[in-house]
Design a protein around this ligand. Structure first.
Ligand code: NDP
Ligand SMILES: N[C@@H](CC=O)C(=O)O
Length: 814
């Protein structure tokens, strides 16, 4: 039984009016049909659609067209032809038997065998287009039978039975009339890529021909929507393989999609969009691998501000007088490739070098002999947001471009285009994209402490900003120390020392007000040694900022205070990262977190936790007073601001407390037994006062060292935390160990963490490496910052995804 189209075809109805019916055309490309599993996935997609019937346009399965082209290339050589034919026949027969039921497969195999039998004859007779048609014909047959196997009505249609072209022109009226005689209820599965001339010759529609077939069929049947099922579910603001921060758009206005297509977009093609130029259907790009995703809608109704940065490699510039009538669109259609007309007085076209000869011959036929640039370029275009068509480049982007020195620049209201030689790298393209489409996430970073470690952290921040370019902006939003504070949007990693030098005195209330007003996400990075400052963490967190602490004072505050801050951190849903408080850049807390989150139980943590004491006890050989070595360690940036924190063992005691709390133990500092290296009384008073009494330290260490040496042993300052059934036991002490002891053989400054757990018992997990120093510590703080940055990026992505989903649902409801 033949059925009528929902709206009778009539050339006069080809206007940009909305069609009342909800006819949908689905197009599946080769990769969506590359195996039996993919054919089944396509059938699943079709059966999950709300429409009970649909038009389906299919490409050849997988790489069948390439295999057919290779076979045609080999046609002159009988043996090679035979080999190609055998391989292809086997592959296609296997696909049929794997895809269809035992009852249906023989029918399709019979048909396939008769087509295959004709292939060698057709190849040698030059009937190339008949050979090339086999792939699409097989896809229609396979899919329609598969749908029938699933209880559906489905018909395979060879597009050459209705689609007529005169040169490049689709014969709409004739094609529609022919198609009307073929249409059946249920699914009509049509071959993509192939058609016939008005005088009956079999032809192909060239590169991306099946997408073109889909929009032609869409227009012929007056479809409301044409779904191009491919391997992406969005149209990106730039090539995401080069620009990781490219934005995924779910809607693109038709006019911008056309410009993109003319610029060689890999998903949208100029030819594909051409039937929609005066026909108001939407085109939806969807992923057949993620059919639950809404995809990207290209339509005249898309009310969204989008912009793009496109790039096309190896192009030349072809220039001729503007009076010539020929258009780039005509040339692109004739060449089936990208020919882009750049804005300007002179007619200038950008064309890929590989298509230059074809273009010159096309122009030659019209007596046009253009000038061709002697060099090859990379063409970068900025497709401007439709709502801001008068938009100029930002000052920053203009300066950036000036530095890159493009060979040519063109600009009009909709578009700017530059030709570069040498081409921009992916990193440069990402930078440019970031300037034009600044990443939506900015992480405001406020740094407390500009001393030994703080200044190193700030020095490295510039590099990290570069590394995250296009993904998230790490904005230096404030810097202060105990004396001055600079809170300003003008701060940069280059100018902070000058800005801070002339800034007013630091006041906590001013910091609190600034943090409260600063947009989220924001982070306060504490690189001070100050307990008073750490006691204010609760106030800071209540402004909604994250915390990164290198300062051990916060994580070792008395238990009640520590728990109060932790509760506020949880309440505000912010992060508190403090990996450098133990082992500097060594990721010891992260290892403990991972072990515990995977179900392990830690039984003991022991080892050397002080880089300073490790360095001093490795270097000290009795040749000079111990205090001279302390001065050297201080100069190397290893010690605490007051090195007596190291010598007293208090710094190690704090670190052990940090790890104990990481295990969820409710210890306080005094629960950790401490045997200091520093003789009693010397920790009191100022550093200068201590320095006058340093002989006491020197002689105490010299004596202990001599005893150990006499016994053939070495000194190590060791921390131990054991979790027993009776409760935790923790101590830090100076030990004299034999040379074969596991803690004896270390490099100066090494920390060693020996972790014994349910899973690491007989052979403990050992983490070893430099545990102090300005570079490793600053690096460790950056590791925390990078973790936070990634968390923010993931949160922003999730928010964008749910916004897109909400928009898609709203669309559907509408
Ligand atoms: N060195 C290392 O290997 C490691 C160090 N750390 C930790 O890093 C932190 C910094 O160490 P380091 O850089 O050597 O110390 P510094 O003494 O060199 O610098 C400390 C900075 O903090 C500022 N500061 C002090 N108190 C306050 C306050 N109340 N408010 C605001 N700013 C204040 C100081 O200001 P001003 O300039 O005005 O004096 C100075 O800029 C310490 O907590 C240390 O334990 C952690 C792991 C390893
Ligand atoms: N002074 C400390 C620095 C790191 O926390 C040490 O030496 O370990």
């Amino acid at each position: 039984m033949a059925v009528q189209f929902s709206t009778a075809f009539n050339a006069t109805t080809f206007s940009a009016t909305t069609v009342a019916s909800a006819l949908v055309v689905h197009k599946f490309g080769g990769s969506s049909l590359a195996s039996a599993e993919r054919f089944h996935a396509v059938a699943d997609i079709l059966l999950a659609q709300p429409q009970a019937s649909a038009w389906v346009v299919v490409s050849a399965p997988g790489d069948t067209t390439d295999a057919l082209l290779a076979l045609l290339d080999a046609a002159a050589d009988q043996t090679a032809l035979e080999q190609h034919w055998q391989a292809l026949s086997q592959q296609l027969r296997l696909l049929v038997t794997r895809t269809l039921s035992v009852a249906t497969a023989p029918l399709v195999l019979n048909q396939l065998n008769s087509w295959l039998a004709d292939v060698p004859v057709a190849a040698q007779a030059g009937r190339h287009n008949d050979v090339l048609a086999i792939g699409e014909k097989l896809s229609t047959l396979l899919l329609s039978h598969l749908l029938q196997d699933r209880g559906q009505q489905a018909t395979a249609i060879d597009a050459r039975d209705f689609l007529r072209l005169d040169g490049q022109q689709v014969q709409w009226q004739q094609s529609a009339e022919l198609l009307q005689q073929l249409v059946q209820p249920g699914f009509n599965v049509v071959t993509g890529f192939i058609a016939r001339t008005v005088d009956g010759k079999s032809i192909t529609l060239g590169r991306n021909g099946s997408d073109y077939s889909a929009t032609i069929v869409g227009r012929l049947v007056l479809a409301q929507s044409i779904n191009i099922w491919t391997d992406v579910d969005a149209i990106y603001s730039a090539d995401p393989r080069k620009v990781p921060s490219a934005r995924a758009y779910r809607q693109v206005p038709f006019a911008q999609a056309r410009t993109l297509a003319q610029l060689g977009n890999p998903v949208l093609h100029a030819k594909t969009l051409s039937p929609l130029a005066d026909f108001n259907a939407e085109l939806v790009v969807r992923s057949s691998y993620e059919p639950e995703q809404p995809g990207c809608r290209v339509s005249r109704q898309a009310a969204i501000e989008v912009q793009f940065v496109t790039d096309l490699a190896d192009v030349v510039l072809v220039t001729f007088p503007k009076s010539q009538q020929v258009t780039a669109e005509q040339a692109a259609a004739a060449l089936q490739s990208t020919v882009f007309a750049v804005p300007g007085d002179v007619k200038s076209w950008v064309v890929e070098q590989k298509n230059l000869d074809a273009l010159l011959s096309f122009l030659g036929q019209q007596q046009i002999y253009p000038r061709v640039s002697s060099a090859q370029y990379q063409a970068i275009a900025w497709v401007k947001p439709a709502a801001k068509q008068q938009q100029q480049l930002s000052l920053q982007a203009a300066h950036w471009l000036e530095r890159q020195q493009p060979a040519f620049s063109f600009e009009n209201a909709e578009l700017a285009l530059w030709l570069f030689q040498p081409p921009l790298s992916a990193r440069e393209l990402t930078e440019f994209h970031q300037l034009l489409l600044p990443s939506q996430v900015r992480l405001n970073v406020v740094v407390a402490g500009t001393g030994n470690v703080g200044s190193e952290f700030l020095a490295l921040l510039g590099k990290q900003q570069q590394a995250f370019t296009g993904q998230i902006e790490l904005k230096l939003a404030g810097v202060f120390n105990s004396r001055q504070a600079c809170f300003s949007d003008d701060l940069t990693v280059q100018n902070w020392p000058q800005q801070l030098a002339t800034a007013p005195a630091y006041q906590k209330q001013e910091l609190l007000d600034y943090l409260a007003a600063l947009p989220s996400p924001k982070v306060l990075v504490d690189i001070t040694p100050s307990k008073a400052f750490a006691e204010g963490y609760g106030d800071f967190v209540q402004t909604g900022c994250h915390l990164i602490s290198a300062n051990k004072q916060g994580v070792t505050l008395p238990l009640a205070q520590y728990q109060q801050i932790s509760a506020l951190v949880a309440e505000q849903q912010v992060s508190w990262l403090a990996n450098t408080t133990v082992g500097a850049g060594l990721p010891v807390q992260r290892i403990l977190q991972e072990l515990q989150s995977s179900g392990d139980h830690i039984q003991q943590i022991s080892g050397i936790f002080s880089g300073t004491l490790s360095w001093l006890l490795c270097k000290y050989d009795g040749s000079a007073p111990f205090s001279e070595f302390v001065t050297k360690a201080q100069a190397e940036g290893l010690t605490e601001p007051d090195p007596r924190d190291d010598l007293s063992g208090k710094d190690v005691q704090r670190k052990l407390l940090v790890l104990a709390r990481e295990l969820g133990l409710t210890l306080d500092i005094n629960d950790i037994e401490l045997t200091p290296l520093l003789p009693e009384g010397l920790e009191q008073g100022s550093w200068d006062e201590f320095w006058l009494k340093r002989d006491e330290l020197d002689s105490a260490v010299a004596a202990t060292f001599a005893t150990a040496k006499a016994a053939g042993q070495v000194l190590r300052y060791v921390a131990t935390l054991t979790v027993t059934a009776e409760g935790p036991k923790a101590n830090v002490q100076l030990l004299s160990v034999a040379p074969d002891h596991p803690l004896a053989a270390i490099q100066a400054c090494d920390n060693v963490f020996v972790i014994e757990s349910d899973w690491y018992q007989a052979n403990p997990l050992v983490l070893k490496g430099p545990g102090a120093g300005r570079l490793v510590t600053a690096g460790g703080i950056h590791a925390d910052l990078a973790i936070l940055a990634r968390q923010q990026m993931a949160a922003a992505k999730a928010a964008r995804h749910s916004q897109a989903q909400a928009a898609a649902w709203a669309n559907e409801r509408a």
